[in-house]
Design a protein around this ligand. Structure first.
Ligand code: DX5
Ligand code: ZN
Length: 217
């Protein structure tokens, strides 16, 4: 489970993180630049504050046109992984830069971008982040198109024995998680379905249980 703090109350961020920590494998941090996506969120100073507060794995999703300008700042702030979007190009250099900074290297793919755009890179990244909404905002509806993309990436990872984590981001809840978990995703980002609920910890646990059931089925 990767709770997305995008839907948390930023005025109480530390307490919100602590609330879901028992069900947090990764903490998903959505960075938006007001250019690649029409929204602004947070940057390296907030990541540094979170790093001082928790030992959770910090999974930074860079919805940025020029992520290369900021990778070092995120690494210095204590990010564990950064994911850059395949749509911004320069992928080979960005992967190399993430590696040289000691970051786990992620590649994110938008709903309208075919998974084939990521295939040349699957053997040199740690993390594939399949978007199941148009990036920019929490609380949108899950797009089923993500399911065959996950299945194809999982098939390639299996065929080529890749150590690839497949993460799905957007509109994930106890219902929508089943299809992508069954297709081979192993990490699930959820924002509104966790922090938008009366009991965020129980909500996160319910999504994990639904995913585990889908895998076992
Ligand atoms: C959307 C972000 C997501 C967002 C998901 O651009 O990348 O991580 O927080 O929010 P929900 O789970 O509400 O769709
Ligand atoms: Zn995200």
């Amino acid at each position: 489970m990767a709770p997305s703090i995008l839907s948390a109350d930023f005025a109480q961020l530390g307490a919100q993180i602590d609330l879901v920590r028992p069900e947090t494998d990764w903490l998903h941090v959505d960075v938006m630049d007001g250019h690649f996506v029409p929204n602004l969120t947070i940057g390296p100073p907030v990541v540094a504050s979170i790093r001082r507060h928790t030992d959770a794995y910090l999974d930074c999703h860079l919805m940025m046109t020029d992520p290369g300008d900021y990778l070092k700042a995120f690494a210095d702030a204590g990010a564990d992984s950064c994911s850059v979007h395949v749509e911004v190009g320069g992928t080979a250099d960005l992967i190399a830069e993430m590696r040289s900074l000691g970051l786990h290297a992620g590649l994110a793919v938008n709903p309208e971008t075919p998974i084939e755009a990521c295939e040349p890179w699957l053997d040199r990244i740690d993390l594939l982040l399949v978007m199941s909404v148009h990036p920019g905002f929490g609380g949108q509806h899950f797009m089923e198109e993500a399911v065959p993309k996950v299945a194809r990436a999982a098939a390639i990872a299996g065929r080529d024995h890749l150590a690839l984590t497949i993460e799905v981001d957007g509109g994930i809840d106890t219902e929508t998680v089943t299809g992508v978990a069954g297709a081979g995703a192993t990490t699930f980002v959820a924002g509104s379905a966790i922090f938008g609920q009366a009991d965020p910890l129980a909500a996160a646990r319910a999504i994990r249980v639904a995913a585990e059931r889908a895998v076992a089925a």
